[in-house]
Design a protein around this ligand. Structure first.
Ligand SMILES: Nc1ncnc2c1ncn2[C@@H]1O[C@H](COP(=O)(O)OP(=O)(O)O)[C@@H](O)[C@H]1O
Ligand SMILES: [Mg+2]
Length: 291
């Protein structure tokens, strides 16, 4: 039995009895388009809809989510994987009952794992799958290898774009890189798009129509539209206050838009039967068996 097969067997066995979290990886072509704000506020709104939500910060650059939440976690994912910390040590409580895990340099340290280490990582992620209904992974900008690996292993991806031309071309470049990757299978992943900082419904929809149609035509890739978030000056204000906008200004237009997006994700077209949810354990198993 080779390593991949062994892993698949473990997963098959575990899947029968385990609860698997729905994992949503938030990404974009360009930085500064609102990924971290979308991750945090969507998490809060999903929590208000009674989902157990954990954010995994995989943006190693600026530790955005930490700054946004005003939380400085003592330990990161890497401390659990390599330094004997337990799951409960690395989850920090955030607002509205959300949990927060800092990726630290964890994912980068994971390049040369042996079989036992991969298995232990996957079992740790099973424990996490049990604790959450939804895990939101916030990624850094651009087309780095870690981001591509994460996105390739995810069963659901949330692509954030804004109406600026560079955001659109960079989003297209990211999707093109994905599609050309030998590990990419269209029927294994669902891609949702959010139009952020749109002037209104019309501009958001126009952005989706533009990007969605070139993506379909040139990459034969299906991408659905989750909705838009309007430009809202309460949002930068809340960032300054180190509070998520949905907490600082729950009635702001952006907060209400995030609630709507959370509802669409939960009840609407966001919830696909045909894409198999593999949980966080499945994500990591997939990410490492391909290496
Ligand atoms: N809907 C919005 N309205 C107004 N400003 C926004 C909106 N979304 C994001 N911003 C601004 O963009 C900045 C970058 O957002 P952030 O979530 O950190 O982006 P990313 O994680 O993609 O780099 C925020 O600090 C905020 O000032
Ligand atoms: Mg960010």
């Amino acid at each position: 039995m080779d390593q991949a097969e062994q892993l698949r067997n473990i997963i098959k066995k575990q899947n029968k009895k385990q609860h698997l979290a729905r994992v949503i990886t938030v990404t974009s072509g360009k930085g500064g388009v609102g990924k971290s704000n979308v991750s945090v506020n969507l998490a809060i709104q999903l929590s208000r809809l009674n989902k157990r939500v954990i954010i995994l910060d995989a943006d190693f650059g600026l530790a955005n989510v930490e700054v946004m939440l005003g939380i400085r976690p003592q330990y990161s994912l890497a401390d659990m994987m390599f330094r004997g910390k337990e799951l409960k040590d690395i989850i920090s409580p955030g607002p509205e009952r959300i949990g927060f895990i800092s990726g630290g340099s964890g994912l980068r340290e994971l390049t040369n794992l042996d079989r036992d280490q991969i298995q232990s990582l996957v079992s740790m992620m099973y424990a996490l799958d049990n604790l959450a209904d939804v895990v939101i992974i916030d990624t850094g900008a651009g087309i780095s290898n870690t981001v591509i690996d994460l996105v390739l292993a995810s069963s659901e991806v949330l692509l954030v774009a804004t109406p600026e031309p560079t955001s659109i071309t960079d989003a297209y470049a990211l999707l093109k890189t994905l599609c050309r990757h030998e590990e990419f299978y269209q029927n294994m992943v669902r891609i949702h798009m959010i139009a952020n900082r749109a002037k209104g419904y019309g501009e958001g929809k126009e952005l989706y129509d533009k990007l969605g149609s070139v993506v379909e035509k040139f990459l034969q890739l299906e991408m659905d539209y989750l909705g838009y978030i309007p430009y809202d000056d309460k949002l930068p204000k809340s960032v300054m206050r180190q509070k998520p906008v949905t907490v600082a200004y729950p009635d702001a237009v952006s907060s209400r838009a995030m609630l709507e997006l959370a509802m669409v994700l939960e009840n609407g077209k966001g919830n696909y039967e045909n894409i198999r949810n593999r949980g966080l354990s499945g994500l990591f198993a997939k990410m490492f068996h391909s290496k």
